[in-house]
Design a protein around this ligand. Structure first.
Ligand SMILES: *[C@@H]1O[C@H](CO)[C@@H](O)[C@H](O)[C@H]1NC(C)=O
Ligand SMILES: *[C@@H]1O[C@H](CO)[C@@H](O)[C@H](O)[C@H]1NC(C)=O
Ligand SMILES: *[C@@H]1O[C@H](CO)[C@@H](O)[C@H](O)[C@H]1NC(C)=O
Ligand SMILES: *[C@@H]1O[C@H](CO)[C@@H](O)[C@H](O)[C@H]1NC(C)=O
Ligand SMILES: *[C@@H]1O[C@H](CO)[C@@H](O)[C@H](O)[C@H]1NC(C)=O
Length: 660
């Protein structure tokens, strides 16, 4: 239970911390103390410097870290890794770099920008009273600090004259040696800084973000930090810019005392802004540029012809640059799903087929790939923008979008894999093989309510799910509920005539007013949620196809039972005696309230969450005594005569519904 709670915490804020570890896969302003020109982009990217010249910035983890053991004062080991990128206006020169720094204070007061990296100033540089340890990623060569070149990694103790330094490069393997890196290439890279408190060894490793951690560090240094590091210190980043417009970014950061820092999740790191870069500063010759352009055009032409033929062909357009971190290659997905093989097919949903896969980036992740079957060529841009931006929402009860891929008019969405599949498989299982007890069901209901509340009210924009139903609720290996298919609502509109309102959703879950006026609101989601509550508590589908003549619609059936004072008899018989009657009754009554035909009488998701958490029964009583009587006292007004269901594949069931 504790670990579950802990997991939820991580996902909730995409960050978690306690006193000896933290993990930021993208940042929020609560995580860090910023100064200078540092800022955090809406997508979570830490911007240490933007294109302002001669500036400095700091971003420190807010909480103090106990670097020495409290009982015997010995140095603790620590491990940290971060992903960064440096983007300069020129490809071959920039300035000045950034550093990870362990410091007695949460900032570096009095430090200078430019070559001092915001770490020290000309009078305190090298003074042992600084008590600062830094790992610098330096992109300019300063003679005064005896820099080895303009592209190096260095370890600095109390001053900028590095105690150890090496040209930026990484170990490939036994026989391949090292490969060089260009720090200001604009490409994201990963850095590990690890210290063994017992052996007194500091290792620094750097590599491109998409390769596994090299087995041999770039710098491995024996270093007794006892006299430099105080018992408790702060850790953060420092950066400075010089005369050339250079942006320094940090994408994610993880830290742990006495253990391995958790790996960053590459697929969900924030993306970098689209690069706007001039050609090399050294290139002035127009003829030379022309020649390069001509060569490029020719090369691209040839590459295009070749690429068109290969199986992995996909489309990347300029507007997609901002999504580059969410974009996955078709080749990787093809391999991950064994060529979209039959055996990997998980199911066929409303929008296309879903495949299971194993994606190997720096680690192996189980994924579900949804292959949208309709041709989206005309609206691809809007659809991708919307899905990807909404896909960045984080909530423990939302299925996480890991990325997307597209080819011509085809879109592929990649989600985290939910090992227990969809909820409907459990609650509608008549074979008795798949069972879900009441405690789990109640937990699932609360999870879904909290996710919907988040979509409706807690995010900056109102997100309407449009298709809440038990088959869209997925279960992870701990039977935690996650709402799927959110954010793809735009697909519903696709291809429809803008002059006709297209009723969307699934028959049985569509609010009466929606089928009349086609207006999608949070309240139509609440209606579907109400039906969902009844499904879970009754273990029945919303439209009972094989039922006797007086039982056709689940909502009506439960409401009849309620009027007869036997609402509890609507419960799922498969539950046996394993349930709490006050909870089931609460859920059934709440389900009726939410699925009331008059939308202004339905509660909001905020009220639903209140009712389901605190003292639910009492809350519901307060809400209901005012409304329940006149809601159901006079019988339900299910005026479906004006219903127009336009979805062709649903015409069978819609007839059934209207005949009722
Ligand atoms: C850089 O960031 C600072 C602080 O956020 C801001 O005042 C400044 O206008 C920005 N400069 C540019 C060129 O974006
Ligand atoms: C180092 O800093 C301390 C405290 O600021 C100062 O008293 C001392 O003179 C400095 N030492 C040198 C060599 O500058
Ligand atoms: C890496 O850069 C160094 C100079 O810093 C150069 O001598 C070496 O040949 C380069 N290695 C590769 C593999 O490019
Ligand atoms: C540092 O690197 C060396 C050499 O690869 C390795 O033996 C040692 O365990 C590493 N130490 C840490 C703290 O990672
Ligand atoms: C590290 O330095 C401290 C303080 O000078 C000293 O007491 C300790 O013995 C040193 N440790 C090692 C392993 O040299």
């Amino acid at each position: 239970m504790a670990s579950l709670l802990f997991l939820l915490l991580i996902i909730k804020t995409s960050a978690a911390e306690n006193d000896d570890f933290f993990f930021y896969n993208g940042f929020s302003s609560e995580d860090l103390l910023l100064d200078g020109i540092a800022g955090i982009a809406p997508n979570g990217l830490l911007i240490l410097t933007n294109t302002s010249k001669y500036m400095q910035s700091h971003a420190f983890h807010k909480r103090v870290i106990r670097f020495k053991n409290a009982s015997d004062g010995r140095l603790n080991s620590f491990s940290t890794c971060f992903a960064f990128a440096i983007v300069s206006e020129y490809s071959d020169v920039g300035g000045h770099g950034l550093a990870l720094v362990i410091s007695p204070t949460r900032g570096r007061t009095g430090a200078f920008p430019v070559q001092f990296l915001g770490l020290f100033n000309s009078s305190n540089n090298g003074n042992s009273s600084n008590h600062a340890v830094a790992v610098e990623l330096d992109t300019l060569s300063n003679v005064e600090f005896e820099d080895i070149n303009n592209n190096h990694v260095g370890v600095d103790i109390n001053g900028l004259r590095s105690v150890a330094a090496a040209p930026a490069s990484y170990f490939l393997g036994e026989n391949e040696g090292y490969d060089n890196l260009t720090l200001l290439s604009g490409k994201p890279m990963m850095v590990w800084v690890e210290y063994d408190g017992q052996d007194m060894k500091l290792n620094v490793t750097i590599c491109p973000i998409n390769v596994p951690k090299p087995s041999i560090p770039l710098i491995s240094l024996s270093l007794n930090l006892s006299l430099i590091i105080y018992d408790t210190m702060y850790i953060g980043f420092s950066s400075s810019s010089g005369s050339i417009k250079t942006s320094h970014y940090v994408l994610g950061w993880s830290f742990k005392l006495n253990g391995q820092a958790r790996r960053l999740n590459l697929i969900t790191l924030p993306s970098l802004p689209a690069p706007i870069r001039r050609k090399s500063k050294a290139v002035h010759d127009k003829l030379y540029i022309l020649a390069v352009v001509l060569m490029l055009v020719t090369a691209m032409g040839i590459a295009y012809v070749v690429a068109k033929r290969i199986i992995y062909a996909e489309v990347v357009e300029e507007w997609e640059v901002e999504f580059q971190h969410q974009r996955l290659s078709y080749k990787d997905l093809y391999k991950a799903t064994k060529g979209f093989g039959k055996d990997e097919l998980l199911g066929i949903g409303g929008f296309g087929r879903v495949y299971k896969g194993k994606l190997t980036m720096s680690t192996t992740t189980e994924i579900a790939v949804k292959r949208i079957s309709r041709d989206l060529s005309k609206e691809m841009r809007e659809i991708v923008s919307e899905i990807v931006s909404i896909g960045q929402l984080r909530h423990p009860n939302l299925v996480q979008l890991l990325g997307y891929c597209r080819r011509k008019g085809e879109l592929l969405l990649v989600y985290e894999f939910m090992s227990n599949g969809s909820l409907d498989k459990f609650i509608f299982d008549d074979t008795g093989k798949k069972k879900l007890n009441w405690a789990h069901r109640f937990q699932i209901i609360k999870g879904v309510a909290s996710a919907l509340f988040y979509l409706h009210e807690e995010w900056e924009k109102v997100v309407i799910h449009r298709d809440i139903k038990s088959s869209n609720i997925l279960l992870d290996d701990g039977f935690n509920a996650k709402v799927g298919d959110f954010g793809i609502s735009r697909l519903y509109d696709h291809g429809s005539d803008p002059n006709t309102t297209n009723v969307i959703g699934t028959i049985g879950y569509i609010a009466p007013e929606l089928s009349k006026n086609g207006r999608i609101t949070t309240s139509t989601d609440v209606y579907a949620f109400g039906v969902f509550l009844l499904e879970v508590a009754c273990g029945r589908r919303p439209i009972l196809q094989e039922a006797s003549s007086d039982v056709l619609n689940l909502v009506d059936w439960v409401s009849k039972n309620w009027k007869r004072g036997i609402i509890l008899e609507s419960r799922d018989v498969k539950l046996g005696n394993d349930f709490k009657s006050e909870e089931i009754e609460l859920v059934l009554r709440l389900g009726l309230l939410c699925s009331h035909p008059l939308h202004n009488l339905r509660p909001s998701m905020r009220q639903v969450v209140q009712i389901l958490t605190a003292d639910g029964a009492q809350q519901l009583q307060v809400f209901m005594t005012e409304q329940e009587e006149n809601l159901y006292g006079s019988g339900r007004i299910c005026d479906l005569s004006a219903a127009t269901y336009t979805s062709p594949q649903q015409s069978e069931s819609s007839k059934l519904f209207m005949n009722s």
